[in-house]
Design a protein around this ligand. Structure first.
Ligand code: SAM
Length: 251
């Protein structure tokens, strides 16, 4: 099942008000960690799965990428991406990640920011991404952390005065669909264990290069002190995996 929640008007409006939607990559707390895992982008062909407003496509082009393709299911997200992009070497395609097709070895980097926890069959995506990458290519993606997706409520356990006591983790080993309450009711996401993410990559032929569970930097916290509690548990997980071949170099 592919739910297209971002085309739901109230959900889209709420998402559009988030810091990451207003400020772009600087408003995304995990961006410093994500950026640090990207390879040198000069001359690279890049695919962004679940590109949303196109922030990452524009970033990689600013860093010298030869071309970028952004894929997303949402008409509304892509409409804004196109409106804010003035670059003939960025192409946006309306398509589900699961249905995307590209040529073998077409890309040097496939990236995805916070979209793959919406995809049911992660292993199938890994196999396709592996084929789309040239030798020495990299797959760098972030997802909601398995500690964050385990429970559909995606919320703190509160004390009697409404204070945040702790973040609950339960049913961790029960992988599969979660009808979450993230910004709206019934937002469909898929929970996978950390082992499943790693093993799907390994089974597809990738070598794991790096795993990050970023916390907020002092600089981000200085700008956003209200995000302090986000440091109490990992909200995101970022993985970098590479195909065998000539190492094209990391920054
Ligand atoms: C949290 S937003 C992230 C957007 C962007 N990558 C970013 O980090 O700014 C998730 C995006 O994934 C897209 N998405 C969700 N499920 C998808 C699917 N199955 N295929 C393609 N895009 C999908 C949504 O439409 C949305 O634009």
């Amino acid at each position: 099942m592919k739910q297209n929640k971002y085309d739901d008007a109230p959900f889209f409006d709420r998402y559009s008000q988030m810091a990451r939607s207003v400020e772009g990559l600087d408003g995304a707390g995990e961006w410093p960690a994500f950026r640090s895992l990207l390879p040198n982008l000069a001359g690279k062909c890049v695919l962004d799965l679940g590109c949303g407003f196109g922030w990452h496509c524009r970033y990689v082009r600013e860093q010298g990428a030869r071309a970028a393709v952004g894929v997303d299911l949402s008409e509304k997200m892509l409409a804004r991406a196109m409106a804010e992009t003035n670059d003939p070497d960025i192409e946006y395609r309306r398509c589900a990640i699961e249905d995307a097709t590209f040529q073998i070895g077409q890309f040097d980097l496939v990236m995805s920011s916070l979209a793959l926890h919406y995809v049911q069959h992660f292993g199938a995506v890994c196999r396709k991404v592996f084929d789309w990458l040239a030798p020495g290519g990299a797959f760098v993606f972030s997802v909601e952390h398995p500690m964050f997706t385990a429970l559909a409520a995606q919320d703190w356990c509160l004390g009697p005065a409404g204070e945040r006591r702790h973040w609950p983790v339960d049913h961790y080993q029960d992988e599969g669909v979660r009808h979450t309450s993230w910004m709206a009711e019934d937002v469909v996401k898929y929970h996978r264990t950390l082992a499943s993410y790693v093993n799907a990559l390994v089974d597809s032929g990738f070598h794991i290069a790096r795993l990050a569970e970023p916390t907020l930097t002092a600089e981000v916290l200085a700008r956003r002190p209200e995000w302090q509690d986000e440091c109490r548990r990992p909200m995101f997980m970022i993985l970098s995996a590479i195909t065998e071949g000539e190492d094209k170099g990391a920054t």
